[in-house]
Ligand binder design. Sequence first.
Ligand code: C5P
Length: 224
Amino acid sequence: MSVACIVVAAGRGERLGEQRPKAFVEVGGRPLVWHALRAASDATRVSHVVVVAPDGFAGDPALAGVAAVVPGGATRQHSVANGLAALPDDTEIVLVHDAARCLAPPALFDAVAGAVLSGHDAVVPGVPVVDTLKAVDGAGRVTATPDRTELRAIQTPQGFRRAVLERAHLAAVERGDTDAPDDGALVERLGLPVHVVAGDADAFKVTRPLDLLLAAAVLSRRSA
Ligand code: C5P
């Protein structure tokens, strides 16, 4: 079965405080999106990669060699939809990956794709939560402390049977949802099961300046 990966790289990434879009900020001498694309291409089960790029970056050298480069949308959900529209006809399984999770290893792509191939319609990687999480109301009062052992921090790549992900995005448009937190959430809204596989510590999302330091440290550990 043909597996394609959509790498979304069109966010502005304001929390990082850099001048350029986050995916084009460099770590280890290369843009985040370059690392993400390399991991997707190195995954043995991925046969086609589509990257969703911000305005003005379609010709960036970091994207050289990628099968398709498509423009981003106003939200991550729109960017994924643009990537979905550019998939080859024969694609049966789709992985969706955040360029910001630039150090997710190829083995994680393969594990997620493998779980879809084994029969799950929707698969997300998750890791145990280390902090205690609390729900807080507008007045700053704690309203709940969920049992941490039941919680997972969800990463990408997330994997789907293509028809299911397309249906989930179409239903979101019909409901008027424009900014889903992730693609798994859209499948949940269809009432379909979403399966969790073990995530990877290296698949953390570069969001704040501290994350860039961590990414640089991971890269130098890998090359040591
Ligand atoms: O902002 P955040 O880090 O949560 O974004 C997750 C991923 O979605 C990033 O890789 C970002 O480039 C991408 N994105 C996008 N288009 C948007 C917003 C985010 O491709 N409009």
